[in-house]
Design a binder for this molecule. Structure first.
Ligand SMILES: CC(C)(COP(=O)(O)OP(=O)(O)OC[C@H]1O[C@@H](n2cnc3c(N)ncnc32)[C@H](O)[C@@H]1OP(=O)(O)O)[C@@H](O)C(=O)NCCC(=O)NCCS
Length: 184
């Protein structure tokens, strides 16, 4: 899956090529903050580049889903109760990778670039990751929730109109299974 997608890990001396995803905060993060976050080991950024432009980027960091933060009727609890046999050990949290930033150049929106990269992230954290990581989580911008739903993510938190983002998760055990689509 996605063997042809070549991503570059952002390094301190990399010259970042032009990029505009339509969101000022995400543009600014790439040009002003991404390298320092990498240097400080707070979030690692990967770039998908064309010849003289950046096609997309994302930043990832370690995180977890804490059981106490999830409401009892949330579907996540069902997954933990039904599909994780080691639950009896009483784990209070489950390992996750957080997609801290995720953005596609606006010239390439709605061409499946975001989906292609999300597929790459899913496979990467199953096959290449050297630590346990069961879930991907993201604080999804309201405008982007539809994209994450299309990519199999579900909600961890309840709808709150005062918040700009909504915490969502994807279960990496679903990759390759017929349940990969979002389930209400
Ligand atoms: C959100 C974003 C990453 C999506 O990337 P993309 O490459 O345009 O998305 P894709 O072409 O892979 O879309 C996949 C599916 O999601 C849908 N989709 C994409 N963006 C959507 C949105 N904002 N709202 C609802 N659905 C969306 C597409 O219509 C497509 O549906 P389909 O499979 O039925 O055709 C991109 O629009 C972007 O960078 N936006 C600005 C930055 C941003 O909001 N980032 C997210 C931060 S949490």
């Amino acid at each position: 899956m996605n063997d042809y997608l070549t991503l570059i890990k952002l390094s301190a001396n990399h010259r970042i090529k032009s990029f505009d995803c339509g969101n000022d905060d995400l543009n600014e993060f790439l040009f002003q903050d991404a390298i320092e976050h990498s240097k400080q080991l707070l979030a690692i950024t990967y770039l998908y580049e064309g010849q003289d432009y950046t096609k997309a980027y994302f930043s990832v960091l370690n995180d977890s889903i804490r059981i106490q933060d999830v409401k009892s009727k949330n579907r996540f609890k069902k997954i933990v109760l039904q599909y994780i046999p080691l639950r009896k050990r009483g784990y209070r949290s489950y390992p996750a990778v957080k997609v801290g930033r995720f953005a596609v150049n606006k010239d390439f929106h709605n061409k499946k670039v975001g989906t292609e990269i999300m597929d790459y992230i899913k496979v990467f954290f199953i096959n290449k990751n050297k630590t346990g990581c069961r879930f991907i989580i993201v604080d999804a911008y309201r405008d982007a929730v539809g994209f994450y739903r299309k990519n199999g993510f579900n909600f961890l938190t309840e709808e709150n109109e005062t918040e700009d983002t909504r915490l969502m998760y994807f279960d990496l055990k679903l990759v390759g299974s017929s349940e990969q689509v979002a389930i209400n």
